[in-house]
Design a protein around this ligand. Structure first.
Ligand code: ZN
Length: 429
């Protein structure tokens, strides 16, 4: 499938998911998993409210049917039906009349971006509120307002889903994405769509690693999963958190906590060989769920690949994170880089040169001629020499690619040819 088509497919899926009011719990989250589950078979888990998870407790489940503010003339001046960002996510039910000064304590706006609606949540402190444009806030007359929030905050469940692509080994590659935001495209619908596309692609392969996809609410979801999967955690060798992958900014890779793990090196190699501008960010204990996977007790090698990172675009957590802010082309480009990083990790094996005393005679084996017709025949020759020299059982193909400054793709292809000619054997680590 072409990257353009992949980008288009991601775009179509997230357009379908866009209108749903998601939160960290509730039917919006379930409904979204239902749509995503049409593409890959998801294993859906329900964890009861009140369950202790590490140092946290699974919260009560929140659902919302309608919410509005009416002025004294009976006109709806704010309506959840027009945008689910209007409701402070996790608002408790309200039905009452409020003076303007009382109402204003529950209104949130962005004075710097007067036509945008902010996205706000109050998961762990009981509150209610509406997010509105600053223009609307400024236009409100001294009046009595009727406020209706038909929501429920009750014991129920936290929902999350997994999808496992079995590999040749039980060692795992974790792909994690939060799915708890309502109508916001880059954060986090783009990540949900890209993860589904990756899952579909890997589901058709027989990979070396086992791939575990997690579709979870942010923070509490990764904490819940970690609490319930203490044994699986030790199998995770590499991981990526998918978020903000649809905007037109350059790609940014946030390193894992140690910064020098195989996933970090694979991501750096792909980005530095892509011929595009990119940014590298050292680990810091904020951002998305990588901060839970990288807490010192778990200390997993999980990085995060985004375009413009978390919080670094003004549209972040506002109604301006809409369909215009992302593009199918950028989604396709991000998807390509994720696949390339996975390909590096998949192909990063260690070999032993079967003829280590002197250089094996390549001409006699037709190995010079084999690449003679190629435009990059010089690079192939150099790649062969690098691989043969450094395949001493101590250096992986990624080590060789880094040291030789030859792309991993070429090194890997070349190694496969040398294996066919019995000049290399794989060392099982
Ligand atoms: Zn967010």
């Amino acid at each position: 499938m072409s990257l353009f088509t992949a980008g288009q497919e991601i775009y179509q899926l997230i357009e379908e998911l866009y209108p749903i009011c998601r939160s960290i719990t509730g039917d919006g989250f379930r409904q979204s998993l239902g749509i995503m589950g049409k593409h890959i078979p998801l294993d859906v888990h329900e964890v009861p409210s009140g369950t202790g998870v590490l140092d946290w407790t699974v919260p009560r489940e929140w659902n919302i049917r309608e919410a509005y503010i009416k002025n004294s003339a009976g006109e709806k001046i704010v309506d959840f039906k027009n945008s689910n960002l209007h409701i402070l996510n996790y608002s408790v039910p309200v039905n009452g009349k409020f003076r303007l000064d009382e109402l204003k304590e529950h209104l949130f706006s962005l004075p710097d971006y007067k036509d945008w609606i902010p996205y706000r949540t109050s998961y762990y402190k009981e509150n209610w509120g509406f997010c509105v444009t600053h223009n609307l806030l400024e236009s409100l007359a001294d009046d009595e307002y009727e406020v209706v929030i038909d929501s429920s905050l009750e014991n129920g469940h936290l929902t999350y889903a997994e999808y496992l692509v079995p590999g040749e080994t039980d060692d795992e590659f974790l792909i994690s994405c939060h799915c708890c935001h309502p109508s916001l495209f880059n954060d986090n619908l783009s990540g949900m769509g890209l993860a589904i596309q990756l899952a579909k692609t890997l589901g058709q392969r027989k990979p070396r690693y086992t791939y575990r996809f997690l579709f979870i609410p942010g923070t509490i979801g990764s904490i819940t999963w970690l609490a319930h999967n203490r044994e699986t955690v030790s199998k995770i060798k590499h991981g990526l958190v998918v978020a903000c992958v649809g905007d037109r900014g350059k790609l940014h890779y946030k390193k894992s906590r140690h910064g020098d793990r195989e996933i970090d090196r694979a991501a750096l190699h792909v980005l530095s060989n892509a011929g595009q501008e990119y940014g590298i960010i050292d680990f810091f204990p904020y951002g998305y769920d990588e901060r839970q996977y990288s807490s010192p007790g778990f200390d997993l090698a999980v990085g995060c690949l985004s375009r413009t990172p978390h919080g670094k675009f003004p549209q972040y957590h506002t109604s301006a994170d809409n369909l215009d802010f992302i593009s199918a082309e950028c989604l396709g480009d991000s998807y390509e880089k994720y696949l390339q990083i996975i390909d590096v990790i998949e192909g990063n094996k260690v070999y032993r040169n079967t003829h280590p005393y002197g250089e094996p005679q390549l001409g006699r084996r037709g190995l010079y001629a084999a690449f003679g017709g190629r435009k990059d025949s010089n690079a192939w020759e150099m790649a062969m020499l690098w691989i043969l020299n450094y395949s001493d059982g101590q250096h992986s193909l990624l080590d060789i690619a880094e040291q030789s400054a030859i792309s991993f793709t070429l090194i890997r292809e070349c190694a496969e040819v040398l294996v066919q000619h019995e000049l290399l054997v794989e060392i099982l680590m």
